[in-house]
Ligand binder design. Structure first.
Ligand code: NAP
Length: 321
């Protein structure tokens, strides 16, 4: 079964590398020529908390090289989505093609459905962490859970298939009751992290540990959750982050939970997690703010939900951009 990673940068290389290491037929596609040359010449290097390894993997800069794909995983940054999709338009005719995106944000399934047709799309979300260290070398910074699900939440062969391949490759995967709910829950966790990383430029564990950023973290979670609930989305603790308590518990308790989590991250050596929004800002690149924080601010306006902290963060990040 052919798996194509469209946008094999940090996250795509970690996921594609793990799948290839386990014997699955994976092609990594990126426009980053140096990354492709290194991977093809000397293998893909993955650095994780358990050590370093080199994986034999196929990479290309030319999507036209791909004549078929059973699973296509979109992993370019959201600003590059349309160009990337156009580059694989020839795969649209393939009947059994199944496409999904692990990008942050919740608008991606609509974009994929518009391009490929809704029947080809499954929902997906992950909290795996990854960073590109240099061409041919990526860091796997966090072993998070990945969720896959049909947009109508039926358990189909193709969802079981992709889930099985991830699990066999050491990437913990589950099928939720509602993929929309899992995707929103991820967005609700990502949004405060991204907002505060962009404004403070701190590593993730420090944002969690500090009393003031922890307070803001909970406040932003609550703003996002208020909108999700208004939209009829159920918030569940898909990622073991205590999200339901963060939304509903007494504020002091919720802030303490966040601070304790920061302590745990530090104790477990998770001190190098830099949220991708911050990575983009530091590299002077356009961020994904519009697909994530901006999306929520816009929807909140539409539905009459007050999100002052988020609007502040969104405007600051737009100004930085
Ligand atoms: N990294 C994480 O820990 C993480 C975790 C969860 C979710 N995510 C989400 O996953 C997505 C990818 O994040 P990332 O950190 O992996 O980004 P990234 O390192 O920038 O990787 C994206 C890759 O796509 C390539 N690309 C851009 N346009 C392309 C095109 N038209 N055709 C082919 N390749 C193209 C980029 O090349 P260039 O370098 O030339 O731009 C880059 O190699 C984002 O939506 C992010 O929010 C990331």
């Amino acid at each position: 079964m052919t798996i194509v990673i469209l946008g094999a940068g940090a996250l795509g290389s970690v996921i594609g590398g793990c799948l290839a290491e386990n014997g699955f037929d994976v092609t990594l596609v990126t426009r980053n020529k140096d990354h492709v040359s290194k991977i093809n010449e000397t293998g893909l290097k993955i650095v994780s908390r358990t050590g370093k390894r080199t994986i034999e993997a196929k990479a290309t800069t030319n999507p036209r090289d791909i004549s078929k794909a059973r699973f296509l995983i979109l992993l370019v940054k959201t600003k590059d989505t349309i160009d990337a999709l156009e580059s694989v338009a020839h795969l649209k005719q393939q009947k059994d093609l199944c496409v999904m995106s692990l990008q942050n944000g919740v608008a991606k399934n609509e974009v994929l459905s518009d391009f490929f047709g809704g029947e080809k799309v499954i929902g997906a979300t992950t909290i795996i962490g990854a960073t590109l260290l240099e061409p041919g070398k990526v860091a796997h910074t966090y072993d998070g859970i990945t969720y896959f699900g049909e947009l109508n939440n039926e358990k189909t062969e193709r969802v079981l298939g992709i889930t099985r391949m991830f699990n066999e490759s050491g990437l913990e995967t589950r099928i939720p009751e509602s993929i929309q709910s899992a995707e929103w829950t991820k967005l609700i966790q990502y949004t405060p992290a991204a907002s505060l990383a962009a404004v403070t430029r701190l590593f993730f564990h420090k944002i969690l540990k500090d009393e003031h950023t922890a307070y803001l973290f909970v406040s932003v979670v609550r703003e996002c959750a208020a909108l999700a609930r208004k939209l009829g989305i159920v918030i569940k603790d898909y990622f073991n982050f205590g999200i339901e308590q963060l939304v509903d518990a007494d504020m002091d308790i919720a802030v303490e939970m966040i601070r304790n989590r920061g302590e745990q991250f530090e104790k477990n050596g998770l001190t190098k997690i830099k949220i991708s929004m911050l990575q983009d800002i530091e590299r002077g690149r356009k961020t994904e703010v519009d697909a994530t924080i901006g999306y929520i601010v816009k929807k909140a306006k539409e539905y009459g939900v007050s999100v002052p902290n988020l609007e502040f963060a969104w405007r600051v990040i737009k100004a930085i951009e």
